[in-house]
Design a protein around this ligand. Sequence first.
Ligand SMILES: Nc1ncnc2c1ncn2[C@@H]1O[C@H](COP(=O)(O)OP(=O)(O)O)[C@@H](O)[C@H]1O
Ligand SMILES: [Mg+2]
Length: 456
Amino acid sequence: MPHALIVGDDLITREIVSALCLADHFSIACAKGLREAQMQISRQHPDIAFVDLELPEGTGLDFFDAIGARNKTAIVLLAGEATVESAVEALRLGATDYLTKPVSFRRLQHLLMRVPRTCDPERALQLADRGARHSGHFGPMLGTAPAMQKLYHHIDCVAPTEATVLLLGESGTGKEIAAQTIHDLSRRRLQPFLPVNCGAISPQLIESEIFGHEKGSFTGADRQHKGYFERADGGTLFLDEITEMPPELQVKLLRVLETGGFMRIGSNQELATDVRIIAASNRDPEEAIADGRLRLDLYHRLNVFPLVIPPLRERGNDVESLARHFLDELNLAHGCVKVLSDDGLASLADYHWPGNVRELRNYVQRAFILSDHVLDAAALAPAITTQSPVGLALAIPVGTSLAEVDRKLIFATLQLCGGVKKRAADILGISLKTLYNRLEEYGPNDLPLRQERHRV
Ligand SMILES: Nc1ncnc2c1ncn2[C@@H]1O[C@H](COP(=O)(O)OP(=O)(O)O)[C@@H](O)[C@H]1O
Ligand SMILES: [Mg+2]
């Protein structure tokens, strides 16, 4: 588990940063000032430190001395508006980034995502335990459904190899957790695992983020910057939402994968890289190729070992065991003993989970907050019934033309599948080509696809 240190006496900022770190599975330590910070560092070296620029006994800039020169900690300065200049100074001194207060959740999450994670010994042991696997525990992954057992087996086979893995599955099915598990089972486990969400980086910055840049290579490039390939050296780079990477960059990525070398922007010196790639997408790759989002040549290069993560609605009783697991976690964290009622469990089992495990986790958390002791259908249902994009049944009045029924059914099925045309075609029992032809014939959909869900 990566470790975060939060330094400063601003209580609200400390609460927010620590809550987000905990949610992102970091262990945390807090220190009011530099002396306490030094004590904390001697106990456990942080992977990332959030340091307030205004400290009781000095400034955040003194933290660079406190932590010593040979550290690998990513230092993020927290600046009030008045101190932005010092934050710029901090970047010169080698801080990874700075955040102005009030802290933006999105930026903070983005920073946490970029912290390389290594596998801790406890997790490595859990993964090796075959007995646990049969009872539904494969490291951090839970589930006994046959499709999950098969997935564990495939992960087990591919992890120790150097093969590129392509993880496919709807959003929230567990692609990232699977990628981390592959890394943890590989010989690279003590080297960084670096997740990169290709859809979350601005298109202007993505090339420099991935390959790095030299000082002065473009306006604003005040210092040399190491990209993901350098930072993940020796480890695993997880390229999430690969179809969101701009096509020009896909060409460059393909070149790196083929030659094992890359160049920082503004340099013509080739650097060698030893990185295993795991890529993921929640789009059907064939559709993404047809839409021009994914280059065919890159797809062939990534598709060495494809792994499909099944949607939650195809995992039977796993819904119940996952719900119980998430509730156990919350009970432990909050010192509670809340329980799920039978009708609560039944309402979970009836739902089709378009947002998969992530959605289930959010619903359990929401019901946990709303319920004093028993999480029942009433606490879980409002979220489920109001968030369901379409019911599982379509009401078709007698007198409707067959063509209209056809149209309604196609759009409703598409919506149920989160817009994934291949899956919709499979359910409807027609070819993908026929589905495309019908969609063209019927014109734009009158039902909104992929409704944004409220998350707790
Ligand atoms: N099999 C699983 N067992 C336990 N937790 C899971 C499992 N699959 C997913 N999760 C949890 O669900 C959430 C979404 O998983 P994630 O890997 O981010 O999905 P994806 O990358 O496919 O969108 C995370 O909080 C993750 O820990
Ligand atoms: Mg993801």
